[in-house]
Design a binder for this molecule. Structure first.
Ligand code: DGY
Length: 324
């Protein structure tokens, strides 16, 4: 019997490609640039499955790719899926949870420490030859240990951040989530907190909520105004969960102490974006899961989801909204 046809849109490790090749007849994108929309539409005409990340799956694509049965994301986030259209077209969507939790949590802690103690800012200060003993007091940061962290979105990555905060840094951990997580409260001693109270009480605010139509600009002018002027705000989820204009205003007016960002409303960030001109924000290029082993594990999870689905079995990581 002929193998199902699938398309791979990004570079993946050889062993992952070989795994897909055992079960599928695959074609892959080999261009240096990201695949264009036109090329993708063209390639998907005769494919039953596609492995990708961050490419929009919408009505136009689904109408075009008539044989498509599965979109396998190499990411835990799936805001690139138009869930309603995928339901209407009977297309499964999968993601890669768990394998990246600790890697992303490590990066979030890097942003917390680096923002609090101004590590990247002061590294630049030294390298640019500005170090003067009389500056001593201007180099102060804020403590992370024994402070209060507020985590918005207590999923698996939120829990991994909470664990580091509680066990490593003796922090008081508050969290806000749609549903209370009694198991995590019992396991780690974290405290459920009302959303506004969390914004008001936290020294570090970590936004971990996925991007949906309900969380678009979840943190806006009003929310930044509720934060302490000494607060550090971290976003490593998706850029559009924050109104960047409100964040820029908060940073320009020193209404918060620092921000540490891995994600933006537009990626790659526009070179004119004011965030790039401000000294009190760290700007990373969406590297939450960017560790070779983690990316390789994510690719293998995505490959297994893809293969199961095109073989007519139920893949393990169908996104919750498309289950059942
Ligand atoms: C994800 O998997 O959604 C992350 O943003 C990748 O870094």
């Amino acid at each position: 019997m002929a193998k199902p046809k699938v398309y791979i849109t990004k570079e993946i490790p050889k062993e992952v490609e070989d795994y897909i090749g055992q079960f599928c007849d695959y074609e892959k994108w080999s261009g240096k640039e990201k695949i264009s929309r036109e090329e993708l539409l063209d390639k998907l005409v005769d494919k039953e499955g596609v492995l990708l990340s961050a490419l929009k799956i919408d009505k136009e694509l689904l109408d075009h790719a008539k044989k498509l049965r599965v979109v396998s994301n190499v990411s835990v986030g799936y805001n690139n899926f138009d869930i309603e259209e995928m339901k209407a077209h009977n297309v499964i969507g999968t993601n890669t949870p768990e394998v990246l939790d600790n890697t992303v949590a490590d990066l979030i802690f890097g942003l917390i420490l680096s923002s609090a103690r101004r590590i990247s800012e002061l590294d630049k200060y030294v390298k640019e030859g500005n170090w003067k003993p009389e500056d001593e007091k201007n180099l102060f940061g804020v403590d992370v240990h024994h402070s209060t962290i507020g985590i918005i979105g207590m999923g698996r990555i939120g829990e991994a951040v909470a664990k580091r905060a509680k066990l490593g840094f003796d922090m008081e951990v508050l969290y806000y989530n749609r549903n209370r997580k009694h198991d995590i409260e019992n396991r780690l001693g974290v405290e459920y907190c009302d959303f506004e109270m969390l914004l008001q009480k936290s020294d570090f605010i970590v936004l971990m909520t996925p991007l949906t139509k309900d969380t678009y600009h979840y943190i806006d002018f009003e929310e930044f105004n509720m934060m302490k002027t000494t607060a550090v705000f971290i976003n490593a989820s998706r850029g559009e969960t924050v109104n960047e204009k409100a964040l820029i205003e908060a940073l320009q007016n020193n209404n918060i102490f620092r921000a540490g960002l891995d994600v933006y409303e537009l990626e790659p960030i526009d070179s004119q974006n004011l965030l790039l001109k401000l000294p009190n924000v760290i700007t990373l290029p969406h590297i939450g899961s960017a560790v070779e082993k983690t990316r390789s594990d994510m690719a293998m999870v995505a490959a297994k989801n893809l293969v199961k689905a095109v073989l007519g079995e139920t893949p393990p990581n169908i996104v919750p909204e498309l289950k059942g």
